[in-house]
Ligand binder design. Sequence first.
Ligand code: SF4
Ligand code: SF4
Length: 461
Amino acid sequence: MTKDELQALLTGPDLIFRHAAIDDIVISFPAHADLFFAAFHEDGELAKQLADAAQQWMPALREGYDDLLPPSASPERYTTFQSLAASHAVFLREMHKDLAMLDRAAAQRAIDTLWYHFPGLRGDLQRDAAYPQPVEHRQLMVFVTGQCNLHCPYCFSKELQRSSISQTDMLRILAWAERCHVQSLLPCGGEPLLYEHMDWLMREVAARGLKMYFATNLSVPLPEAMLSSSHVLGQLHVHLTDELFRSPSLLSTFLRNLQQCRDHGIDIILRGNVYGGETQQPYDEWFRIAKDFGLEALNVALTIPSHTGSNRFVSFEAMQALTPLLRYIWEQGREHDIRVSIAKPLPLCLFPEEMALDLLRHDYNATYCNVGEDSGMHNLSLSTDLRFSPCLGVDEPSVPFTDDLSWEALRRVFSPAVRALQSQPLFERCQGCFLYHRRLCQGACLSYKRASRNGGVPCAG
Ligand code: SF4
Ligand code: SF4
């Protein structure tokens, strides 16, 4: 398409043609960099659409796991993901060329828009100007119960205490959360739907104007409030356990529950856990359920080590051996038109480049998790014995719950601990990798690094 044609489609009324023009401009960058930046400076919806497309093709424009990313270095410096480094360098070059042509006021407005839409450029922009930190989203994960109807052998919560949090303690926790301006509560377990006060908790959460997200095996009777207060539920992460496919009665409860959740408009993310071993897991069934229920994506995770590593987790060596299987699942996703994403970070350099780039373009979790967001407080967890930790995979350091504890006090303890684990390279070759340099890859779930530091689970080292 010519520049004039692209320009006409970009500003025309047809949304399908507009998206086609956006993709064309982004994919052929920098051929139409002038169109890109001119439209971008208008801000508004078009800038957002351009930003979304650009972040898919140049993932380094997205946020890494640190607020202030390091400056970009020459692409030649990298031995891994050099093509990404090259496209990022081109984007920066064109951006600076464009800014240089604007007058001072227009350049400042353009920088503000870039700062807002491209978190991955904030480090580059902050070196020249002062910007406020992004607004935090505060959420709290509470291990409400250690009970589960399945106790899958690969689950990280295998050695959780089977006890539950009392209503009295939960009221203290909710009051604390309100004082600390927490916006969402994530009940966790065990199986949170087996928490004996779940109905009550959902109503308490609704009354306080909080949102609730959680992961469930969805194979137990649904609490009444789950459907009557479904507006409180931001999202359900539904685990496709192997046990479901071994028991027709469990499967029928699961499918009935899933249908009810869909009927009530609850946002569902399907999750399949891969643990390898001799048993063939029912991958085809995962895709069939996704298709039958009109779900467009399937989230896949390798099972992670529990605190003591006593569960059937995927060891670091096995992780490398399982890459052909993950590739098979990813290819199956393409065949079924279901987008496969990664729920826990993996070293993308283990995969063929086409798959690695596809995951990176479409999946924020493929290489780093969000535990480091909001200064290491994004996944704040509270265990059944009322101790805070940075997340379920990083249970050290931990701090006992007290009613007068402040968010900032926890942040001072957890932020440096999370940062240290995230930036610990997984392989020697990470030092030459563009993803590592831009802090776009933490290599693996931090539970591996935490355990390996404690002399427990072996890591790549
Ligand atoms: S594990 Fe290291 S080398 Fe591999 S993709 Fe991540 S940062 Fe790059
Ligand atoms: S550290 Fe592991 S368990 Fe925690 S958020 Fe990241 S991937 Fe998930």
